[in-house]
Design a protein around this ligand. Structure first.
Ligand SMILES: Cc1cc2nc3c(=O)[nH]c(=O)nc-3n(C[C@H](O)[C@H](O)[C@H](O)COP(=O)(O)OP(=O)(O)OC[C@H]3O[C@@H](n4cnc5c(N)ncnc54)[C@H](O)[C@@H]3O)c2cc1C
Length: 491
């Protein structure tokens, strides 16, 4: 066992987006920063390296211009035709809407009002953005997606002198006699290493990759769910902080889990990146049935980016944890499929009976479900929207479970079905932080000296559901705040 001891001003745990933003903010003050990462270097970057887009406030062209390098004025104007703005009030309302007004309003205030400033700060550090895809609600994506963002983060930090320690998992927090956090015990291939620091930032994800914690907090069935992201986020930071009296916060019984191809692997790591390949987000345009041939949820009670994160739970509770997205020829002629459906597991047939037989769906129920659905499609519906940021109000009439938007009859062969399962993205339970400093709060009602947290580890923003692109934004904002305050506290 190694008895090595290494000293820094600030130790940051994790190399995801929240950790890198914290490290950037700390290093820009001149602090000596050490970064611990459980994964090997090739798999650095956490779930952040698997992402595509980021949701931030913008009021028009002027706000976007500083973020892009190679996108022309003309291209920006075209993007703004689809999505002219997202004001602070819009972003606030979006989060309150998806969380049923349960988001922590102090956290949300900071999340909303700091978002544009934070993406501009990231641009000032060397990041840039490119046009977002028509398939999501966010106007610009980090150049190279999350993978590109994370590689740039690490290169920038290396140049600024931050030290990375890979294959080094934080296992415990070290405290002095006054309760101040003074470092981290870690496990490296050489044995235990003690990292001493004046402040510690925990940004090592939530507990989505820990089956025991999933079952404990989310409930039965969640232990066996497949994870869309990295296997490294096993709740270590939460455990370490709770062990020294940190306050739990937010929704520990809910999570972000979305419809994924039936052949989703158990985990995905950044070096084997298959970003978005397995996402099956055609639910708003489809009819979803279970193996009994029955619908179980309104497929389109809101936009795609505001419904996908709650769909996983609904699918998990179906028999066998499986559902089928059903579409007909019109979806092809209307060009509704995102490119990743080209590689989807699928079945196609010229009759509904054959489609159901092929997939072992109860045939009689399935045919009845589709015929009742078709009969509930009113003749006087408004025009269909192919713009995923616009709800079209094309709702069924008279069904026990309505379909509230994008309704069209399923009546033109060939019929297609896409079998989907629940894919765990990340869990919402986290620590209570002071939103203005990201300092972790003790159950005694006081901040824990020397301890900060950000990213998935900070609880409160998300409850039951989530709006696409928000995780990367929250990680950037609270990561930056955590790093700045952790560095300020060393003096
Ligand atoms: C497939 C996928 C796609 C997604 N797409 C989007 C998207 O497009 N937009 C969006 O906003 N959000 C998206 N999300 C959610 C987003 O990834 C998270 O909200 C965000 O990345 C969280 O950042 P983080 O820094 O908190 O965690 P992470 O990026 O996961 O970083 C945590 C880091 O901590 C490390 N770690 C864990 N335990 C330890 C330990 N004990 N010691 C040292 N290191 C440790 C991990 O290895 C990892 O590097 C997606 C998630 C997944 C899984």
């Amino acid at each position: 066992m190694s008895d090595e001891s290494i000293n820094y001003d600030v130790v940051v745990v994790g190399t995801g987006n929240a950790a890198c933003c914290a490290a950037l903010a700390a290093v820009e003050t001149g602090a000596r920063v050490g970064i611990l990462e459980k994964a090997a270097k090739r798999d650095r970057g956490g779930n952040s390296a698997l992402t595509g887009h980021i949701r931030f406030v913008f009021n028009g062209l002027e706000d976007l211009r500083p973020l892009v390098k190679s996108t022309t004025e003309e291209e920006l104007r075209r993007l703004l035709e689809r999505l002219p703005r997202r004001t602070e009030a819009d972003m606030w309302d979006e989060v309150m809407r998806v969380t049923n007004n349960q988001s922590d309003q102090d956290m949300l205030q900071v999340h909303v009002t700091e978002s544009l400033k934070t993406v501009h700060w990231l641009a000032s550090k060397g990041h840039d953005w490119v046009p977002g895809s028509q398939w999501n609600e966010n106007i610009l994506n980090p150049n190279g997606g999350g993978w590109g963002l994370q590689q740039r983060h690490c290169t920038i930090l290396e140049k600024l002198g931050a030290q990375f320690h890979y294959e080094t998992a934080a296992v415990d927090l070290i405290r002095d006699a006054h309760g101040r956090v003074t470092g981290v015990q870690a496990l490296s291939p050489q044995g235990h290493v003690q990292f001493n620091a004046k402040s510690v930032v925990l940004a090592c994800g939530s507990f989505e990759a820990n089956p025991q914690m999933r079952a404990q907090y989310l409930g039965p069935g969640w232990d066996m769910v497949r994870v869309r992201g990295v296997p490294f986020n096993t709740g270590d930071g939460l455990r370490m902080a709770l062990n020294i009296g940190a306050m739990a916060h937010g929704s520990w019984s809910s999570c972000h889990a979305s419809p994924q191809d039936i052949d989703l692997p158990p985990f995905t790591v950044p070096s084997g990146v298959i970003h978005a390949e397995k996402n099956r987000y055609m639910h708003p345009y489809s009819l979803m049935v279970n193996t009994n041939g029955e619908r179980f949820i309104d497929e389109a009670d809101d936009l795609r980016g505001k419904t996908y994160a709650k769909m996983g739970r609904a699918i998990l509770t179906q028999p066998g944890g499986v559902a089928f997205q059903i579409l007909d020829k019109k979806a092809r002629t209307m060009n509704l499929y995102p490119p990743n459906y080209a590689k989807a597991t699928t079945a196609k047939a010229n009759t509904l009976e054959k489609l159901a037989q092929e997939l072992d769906i109860n045939v009689a129920n399935f045919v009845r479900t589709i015929s009742e659905f078709n009969a509930a499609v009113p003749a006087d519906l408004p025009p269909f929207s192919t713009n995923v940021v616009v709800l079209d109000g094309r709702s069924t009439r008279g069904l026990a479970i309505p379909k509230s938007n994008y309704t069209v009859r399923i009546d033109e062969a060939p019929f297609e079905a896409f079998p989907v399962r629940c894919g765990m993205t990340f869990t919402f339970g986290g620590l209570k932080i002071d939103p203005k400093t990201a300092q972790v709060q003790h159950v005694a009602g006081r901040p824990i000296p020397g301890l900060y947290a950000a990213g998935e580890m900070a609880g409160g923003l998300w409850v039951g559901n989530y709006a696409s692109g928000s995780g990367m934004m929250a990680g950037s904002t609270f990561g930056r705040i955590a790093g700045a305050h952790a560095a300020a506290a060393i003096h």
